[in-house]
Design a binder for this molecule. Structure first.
Ligand code: ZN
Ligand code: FE
Length: 256
């Protein structure tokens, strides 16, 4: 099984997973990078997994459905390019010989879902769209901070080795914020150096792993005393009063 991030637009990744013959892609906002990769690797597109309704995740679906025989899977309750097989929390999708477990992760959008699969002799994969990013999380367009926090908790209990396949290369800017929030986290400092080196040589920082995210991502660590203290400092007037997680999300929205 090969896992490849196909760059699209300025900072999206369309994830492709294939066994040398059959492939699936996740959140194809554009069809062109996918069609080129299928051609280059000599693959048949068996399925398309969609996490949420935003254009940068769905824009290439119709063209790919027309050009291939791929079936399309997506969330239960969001506007989607039809026809699509809608998936509820707890359902599973079988593609390229793997069973993808559907996990409802509302917050960025109301119906956002993630897909998780175990793979024989490989680390598991998680396709989490715009919910969990390396060092950060998605903006709250349609959900509350509590919803997002609950969604991230569901993802953070997946096995340590799980490869976290996020839909955007936001890692460096997320880590800059993370260091502001938790300046004495040595694992975070080391990870930032590693990611800077990767980006300098034009390589993706992704996939990350659940283990790394639990060590460095402030949005998975908002109960840590240092982070609570940072959040309280930011929200010195105490106007938010919604807990450290919500404060962090607000702080990140205005952080440059
Ligand atoms: Zn989005
Ligand atoms: Fe996006």
């Amino acid at each position: 099984m090969k896992l490849i991030p196909l760059p699209a637009f300025t900072d999206n990744y369309i994830w492709m997973l294939h066994d040398g013959r059959r492939a699936l892609v996740v959140d194809p906002g554009d069809s062109q990078p996918v069609l080129e990769a299928l051609q280059r690797e000599g693959l048949e597109l068996q399925g398309i997994l969609v996490t949420h309704h935003h254009d940068d995740h769905t824009g290439g679906v119709d063209a790919l459905r027309n050009a291939t025989s791929a079936k399309v899977y997506g969330p239960e309750r969001e506007a989607m390019p039809e026809p699509i097989q809608r998936q509820a929390d707890g359902s599973s999708v079988r593609l390229v010989g793997l069973d993808f477990q559907v996990i409802a992760v509302p917050g960025h959008t109301a119906g956002h879902i993630a897909y998780y699969a175990q793979i024989d002799n490989h680390a598991p994969v998680l396709f989490c769209g715009d919910t969990l990013f390396s060092g950060g999380c998605g903006r709250l367009f349609e959900g509350t901070a509590d919803q997002m926090q609950a969604s991230l908790r569901r993802l953070s209990v997946l096995p340590d080795a799980t490869r976290v396949c996020c839909a955007h290369e936001y890692t460096l800017s997320n880590l800059k914020f993370a260091r502001e929030v938790e300046p004495d986290n040595l694992q975070l400092t080391a990870y930032q150096h590693q990611c800077l080196t990767l980006r300098e040589s034009g390589q993706p920082t992704l996939p990350s792993t659940i283990k790394i995210e639990r060590q460095i991502n402030p949005f998975l660590r908002s109960e840590q005393p240092t982070i609570v203290a940072s959040a309280n400092r930011f929200d010195a007037t105490g106007t938010a009063q919604h807990g450290a997680f919500a404060t962090l999300r607000q702080w990140k929205n205005q952080y440059r």
